[in-house]
Ligand binder design. Structure first.
Ligand code: GAL
Length: 684
């Protein structure tokens, strides 16, 4: 297991100096008169809040003009918080450039693919590659770091805010210049770039680096490798900004840990966080649920993936909501119990800090209808009572701080390159949804009561008995070899439609699909058979496929056909195949089965890999389990996924917290939306 305690995680110390879970919020006191601050600190203490993020959108207040600084209010606030025993995760305040800067330097404003300027008026209106923006941002970072370097309230630095939330793609001339530099670094020669981009096609051959542009609005589909490289470049450009701010902070305050809040959640695609994680001292994430049939599963999936990004070390939940947000078409309030359940599910997946956006609900501005820990109604409210209850629960769970997530036996591989490449335009279908396919596998495992880890390419696949790699579209030669070795040394690999098809340059592996994985899977596909919206095909294992089919020819005598198409163009041909590879196997699923279909298929795949649910049969599908452990204790988190009470016969341990009731005969009963944490001693 990975070393559990990241030495640079800002645990809030308890009264006896032992690590406690962090509890807090974004705190924006500049929106409030001074007298409210005292009440804020008093209420924070009442709620058990021990850490707040300050200054995230304070640039205009801290630096009202180019050479005018105003730190007085922040000095006072830092003192007040410190006196109240509350630590500060201090933002570098660079997320929203002030009007004086954008007026003097409109050349820092981002430009869309069709050449429109993204004007000030909201936030994050800056080009990640603007040298002018960089100079001003780093000047602010230096001032802040120097001023607060030795402040006792300072527990961590918070770089910018959700880098790329609104400015992930910028097509400006600055971006064009930086893109060329990035490409020179990647390819060295123009010949190599011309080859990688396949510029023999449509007369796109470049004879000078200066001719290369971002994939701006074009007459038809821009070059696919140019598009893919621009995605890689854009993620790197934001990462570069993160590094630049971090380097200033490390120079001035080498002992203060640095983080930046990621957005591992549905709807965010632009930033390759698996690749960013090494740049920060601890990983932080923001997560907001979006109502839908899989919203609970999506929260779990994102938290699980964040844990992998963090190298399976504890991480910081920097933001989530106490109740409604303001940016969805309809913003639902959370139901009773949801605030705690969402928080504890993040905790179960390795979050040692549970924080919200934001502390006090704004009275003005675009987020005035976004919930907070102290709502418009004030502290005499259900939300604030739920907030203080959660504070007490987190105190009861303090011993979990630092415990690692216990690895599951099933891994789901999540790969940004395949995500970006598989969803590009000019493909067999425009309907493919990479994250949804991965989430469906995860939901199916939850439905069967089987724990799984969502992992990144940096995770060792050898740790998993069953490795599911949905839509693993980009397979460079080295990855094909690694997966072959995995399966040949006893691992059970499962992959799906549109996998193995291209290399890292988005060039098709020739000779038949699934290209790089053809031999391993022992099948050959000559043509894809995507389905029109609403069209489905029946399989002979009583499941139904959508989105995609493949015309599969079995290419090896030992390959088993686990299911055939019963209807559609490929009726009677194989739909799901499995090739034994010594002690392991390689399975291919050629259609989108959805959660129910996958839940029907998975028992066979799990059975062959020897993986079973750890839950009593009656609780499978109704309860999610996650395990954390340290050298002394194993913490079993049991999360009720339903709106009904769920009895948990046979599960024992020391019930630490989470609103479960002991039913008749000491049987544990999880209330609707409830969470229980059972601690048992580690025996081996
Ligand atoms: C995040 C952001 C916060 C706040 C929140 C609202 O994207 O970091 O500042 O806007 O969303 O849900």
């Amino acid at each position: 297991m990975t070393s559990p305690l990241p030495s640079r995680f800002p645990y809030a110390p308890g009264s006896d100096g032992t690590p406690r879970l962090v509890y807090g919020a974004d705190y924006n006191p500049e929106q409030w008169p001074r007298e409210v601050w005292e009440e804020d600190v008093r209420l924070m203490r009442e709620a058990g809040v021990n850490t707040v993020s300050v200054g995230i959108f304070s640039w205009a207040r801290l630096q009202p003009a180019r050479n005018t600084w105003d730190f007085g209010w922040l000095d006072e606030l830092m003192e007040l918080l410190h006196a109240g025993g509350i630590g500060v995760d201090l933002a570098t305040a660079t997320a929203s450039p002030p009007p004086w800067l954008t007026t003097a330097h409109p050349e820092i404003l981002p430009v869309t693919a069709s050449g429109e300027t993204v004007w000030p008026g909201a936030r994050q209106h800056w080009r990640p590659t603007s040298p002018v923006f960089r100079t001003h941002a780093l000047r602010l970072v230096r001032e802040l770091a120097t001023r607060y370097a030795d402040h006792p309230a300072l527990v961590a630095w918070h770089i910018n805010n959700e880098l790329g939330c609104h400015n992930a793609y910028d097509y400006s001339d600055d971006a064009a210049r930086a893109f060329r530099t990035w490409l020179r670094h990647r390819y060295t020669t123009l010949d190599a770039l011309n080859h990688a981009w396949g510029t023999a096609f449509w007369s796109q051959r470049y004879s000078d680096w200066e001719q290369i542009l971002p994939p701006r609005l074009a007459a038809s589909h821009p070059n696919p490798t140019q598009q893919l490289d621009f995605k890689r470049f854009s993620s790197d450009a934001l990462k570069e900004h993160l590094r630049a701010e971090r380097d200033v902070l490390r120079e001035i305050t080498p002992d203060i840990p640095v983080t930046s809040n990621f957005m591992v959640m549905g709807g965010t695609k632009g930033m390759n966080y698996a690749d960013w994680a090494a740049e920060v001292d601890f990983v932080s994430n923001d997560h907001y649920t979006q109502p839908g049939p899989q919203d609970r599963d999506e929260l779990s999936f994102s938290a699980n993936l964040t844990s992998a990004i963090a190298g399976h070390r504890p991480w910081f939940l920097m933001e989530h909501s106490t109740s409604a947000v303001n940016w969805q078409p309809v913003n639902l309030a959370k139901k009773p119990g949801e605030l705690a359940r969402d928080s504890l599910l993040h905790l179960a997946h390795g979050a040692d800090a549970i924080c919200f956006f934001q502390w006090r609900q704004s009275a003005a501005g675009a987020e005035k209808y976004h919930s907070a820990m102290v709502p418009h109604a004030g502290p005499d409210s259900e939300v604030f009572r739920a907030v203080t209850d959660l504070g007490r629960t987190l105190e009861a769970l303090a011993s979990v701080a630092g415990a690692a997530r216990e690895p599951a036996r099933v891994g789901i591989l999540f790969d940004w390159d395949s995500w970006w490449a598989s969803e590009q335009d000019s493909h067999p279908t425009a309907r493919l949804d990479y994250r949804q396919e991965a989430l469906d596998w995860y939901s199916a495992l939850l439905a069967l009561g089987v724990r799984a880890d969502v992992i990144t390419p940096a995770t060792d696949p050898g740790a998993y008995d069953l490795l599911i790699a949905p839509v693993l579209h980009v397979v460079p030669e080295a990855l094909a070899k690694e997966l072959t070795r995995y399966a040949e040394t006893g691992g059970h690999l499962v992959t799906t439609y549109f996998s193995g098809v291209v290399d890292e340059n988005d060039h098709v592996w020739l000779g038949g699909y699934p290209g790089a994985l053809r031999e391993l899977l022992g099948i050959r596909i000559e043509e894809f058979g995507p389905l029109l919206d609403g069209d489905t095909v029946e399989l002979d294992n009583s499941t139904t496929g959508g989105l995609w089919t493949d015309r599969i020819t079995v290419d090896g005598p030992e390959v088993e056909v686990l299911a055939r198409y019963r209807s559609g163009t490929y009726a009677n041909r194989p739909a799901v195949t499995r090739r034994p590879t010594g002690r392991g196997s390689a399975t291919y699923v050629s259609t989108r089965l959805g959660t129910d279909g996958l839940a029907a298929l998975l028992p066979e795949l799990l059975g062959r890999a020897g993986v079973e649910s750890e839950l009593p049969e009656s609780a499978r599908g109704r309860v999610e389990t996650v395990v954390r452990r340290d050298t002394e204790s194993r913490y079993l988190f049991l999360v009720n996924r339903t709106e009904e009470p769920v009895p948990l016969p046979g599960l024992t341990g020391d019930l630490l917290a989470g609103g479960a009731e002991q039913g008749a005969g000491a049987e544990l009963v999880l209330p609707p939306r409830g969470v229980a944490v059972l601690r048992s001693p580690v025996t081996s």
